[in-house]
Write a protein that binds this ligand. Sequence first.
Ligand code: SPV
Ligand code: MG
Length: 552
Amino acid sequence: MTAPHAEAPLRPRKTTQLRNLLTSSALEFILEAHNGLSARIAEEAGFRGLWASGLALSAQFGVRDNNEASWTQVVDMVEFMADVTSVPILLDGDTGYGNFNNMRRLVRKLEQRGIAGVCIEDKLFPKTNSFIDGDRQELADIDEFCGKIAAGKDSQSDDNFCVIARVEAYIAGWDTNEAIKRAEAYRRAGADAILIHSAWSRPDQILEFAREWANRAPLVIVPTKYYSTPTQVFREADISLVIWANHLVRSAVSAMQATARRIFQDESLIDVEDHIASVKEIFRLQGADELAEAERRYFLGNRREAGAVVLAASRGDGLADLTDDRPKVMLPVNGKPLLHRLVESCKRAQLDPVTVVAGYKAERIAAPGIELVVNDAHASTGELASLACARERLGDDVVVMYGDLLFRNYVLRGLIEAEHELTVVVDSLPATRATTGAPDYAYCSAADDRSLWEQEVWLERIASTPQLDGRRADGRWIGMLAARGAGARQLAETLERLATRGDFAKLGMRDLLNALIDAGQRVHVVYVNGHWLDINSLSDLEHAGTFTSGQR
Ligand code: SPV
Ligand code: MG
């Protein structure tokens, strides 16, 4: 898909693209769209052009197709459509919203807004949709309509902007002679193509017209009513362009009606969630990635960016023979290795680089976009020795975490957004399942008060026991810390100081945190209540499957 808000650099201009669609020898197709979102969807599906349908545009505004929406409201909407797509838009300009003079202004404004062409129909303002009492509708005076076409053509500054004349003779109950007479007059007045419309359920009028017309100018059709006609018939009739004129607005209506009814009846979302687009998909269609990228380039440029160091050196002894040939971080959870999930979370949180410290079966560690460092002495050393292998990444803003973690995104976000020099995440909920591994119990300056407001809480101690000096732990450290600025430098220095100790090989993250506290460094606590998991046993792994189900 093309980047939003930009035309792909190597494509011809949109006006040129539309002209190519009209003049190519192949039968081409454009699809109705009625706002930016539907326009993107149509382009993504592969359409090489869009029909900004008057019916669909007025419908999405909730008004009738009788020029109830003003032409500037229409133009504003098609501008949104043009901004987010790279294929040409042909506007259904109804009758041109007035006389020749209104048509001149319309064409100039459409060019300014990146619209490739306009189609006007030979009826009277305010128009009525062709399928509502079409045969009672009055046609425009031929000369007056020719003047409107000529005025439009004389107003365009891009030679390839297209003005298409729509012949409503059949709709108003006239025969092929009248239709041809009008089409020929409009062609002579400068129309780039003729749209011949019919409300019959069979294509007979269209085919008869096409035969008589004999390719004097490109022919455009709207097979809404004669939809069962095989497309090959249009090809054989030398039609240039087919407009599928209202099918996105109609499909949106059916889907919205079903969803609205379901939610109203159920008073719950449970039966709709899996049947509708995810919020993430909406973000994607809105081009959220492009904005994140732009923010990195323009907005966060002066801000120090944080990297991540992921400790992934251990085998995972509690996982039996599953870790015979790979470290536990490479075990799949719902088809995706733990480490891949973790790295994706880091990237989503814009942590970059992500440095993974491997050890056991390091050669089996792979994840897109990581830097790998290896603790060769992993079998005889602990977490701090592994952390020291990534010392080049310490000292600057960094998040350090265990590689066997699964967590909801907000957990990491909360950690990164904390404004403190050193921050840890502590889960204040008592463990609901038998604890596995060696939990890090956190003793804090205050228990979690579960208020909506962020508490100022500081870490006082991390210990391996749930009771310390007669005091109960306030929670478990989940194995994630963030260090920034002076805190990051202090973390690096403390690690170097500990590295000189004779027992360094045995030290773990717990010792580092306690050493920081002992050195007077304030360690801020962000409390969470569950929503994370670390993997130490087969039952953890099973639980991880449930935890991640439905996540991508
Ligand atoms: C539109 O899509 O608004 C059209 C085509 O004008 S039709 O509704 O078939 O008249
Ligand atoms: Mg219309």
